[in-house]
Design a protein around this ligand. Structure first.
Ligand code: SF4
Length: 239
């Protein structure tokens, strides 16, 4: 029988694995997650970035037909849609939902203004990402995210298992101890498909209006919302 493992247990165990451990705890967390929550209670919200490719490979070792939701803002790069197709071919049992906003881009432009992402990116993210994810989260007790502590100062206190005030459930982050090198070593070793933009200095890839290439020394989120104080789309903040 599966041992009942509490949220507090995972708070403690987040510190017991480190970046020096080979597994960094990721598979243990995922095994716990998919034994604790049934398939209707847990979803992986995936960006199909490099971390997502690793997570998909790890998740499918535990649950081949896991559910995954992608927030299809209608503003992604062609390379992102291509890697989604590549992943579906590589992992055919995976259940991928392409979740769209209620407003098309034309409807959004008519109701607010064209290129809302320039004038009010928070509103744009609210319409095209946060509200769709809130809908996808109905009935879900937990969701999985590829956040890594190394990615940015705002993510360095992330634990394996986190209370999520925004979506009033549990956010599970199996990759907190993975470094960029670990992610890429894993992708190369397993010859997994990945977004071709990563090869031309796009470490973090979101919607094309808000994503720029970076220089190699920049932190991995530096290419997002350049010129603005915004560094997160709002999915990972509790307000
Ligand atoms: Fe809009 Fe940019 Fe947010 Fe995409 S990342 S939803 S384009 S503000």
């Amino acid at each position: 029988m599966q041992q009942a493992i509490t949220y507090e247990y995972w708070q403690d165990i987040s510190a017991s694995f480190t970046t020096d451990d080979h597994s960094k705890g990721a598979l243990s967390v995922l095994e716990w997650a998919y034994h604790t929550y049934n398939e209707d209670e847990i979803v992986y919200a995936s960006s199909f970035g490099a971390e997502a490719i690793v997570l998909i490979d790890l998740i499918t070792q535990i649950k081949r037909e896991a559910k995954l939701v992608f927030l299809d803002t209608d503003l992604h790069f062609p390379e992102t849609y291509q890697v989604i197709e590549d992943i579906k071919k590589r992992f055919p049992a995976l259940q991928v939902e392409m979740k769209k906003p209620h407003l098309t881009l034309d409807e959004q432009a008519a109701r607010y203004e064209s290129a809302l992402w320039k004038k009010d990116p928070n509103q744009c993210c609210q319409i095209r990402k946060i509200l769709p994810l809130q809908e996808a989260m109905v009935g879900k007790k937990a969701w999985i995210s590829g956040l890594r502590r190394e990615q940015s100062p705002t993510r360095k206190h992330t634990n394996f298992v986190n209370r999520d005030e925004k979506f009033t459930n549990i956010k599970i982050c199996p990759l907190i101890h993975w470094r960029t090198k670990d992610v890429w070593d894993y992708i190369k070793e397993k010859q997994l498909p990945y977004n071709a933009l990563h090869d031309v200095n796009y470490p973090s890839i979101g919607c094309f209006p808000c994503t720029q290439p970076t220089n190699e020394d920049a932190d991995s989120r530096a290419g997002r919302w350049q010129g603005l104080t915004k560094t997160e789309c709002g999915l990972h903040t509790n307000s």
